[in-house]
Design a protein. Structure first.
Length: 55
């Protein structure tokens, strides 16, 4: 997911969700993306980067 989402990080979470849905990429639950789901994903991806940098 990182490769897909990182180029979109300049967009709002709503626009990222719309883009993921337009590309036919399903969320973890198999449904459509929502703004709140995108926010959690971005926070998780950024957390992974912070942990990797600390190591």
């Amino acid at each position: 997911m990182r490769d897909i989402v990182e180029p979109l990080l300049g967009l709002s979470s709503r626009k990222i969700a719309a883009e993921l849905n337009a590309r036919g990429i399903k969320s973890v639950t198999g449904g459509e993306w929502r703004s709140s789901t995108v926010v959690r994903l971005v926070n998780r991806l950024q957390g992974e980067v912070n942990v990797a940098e600390a190591a």
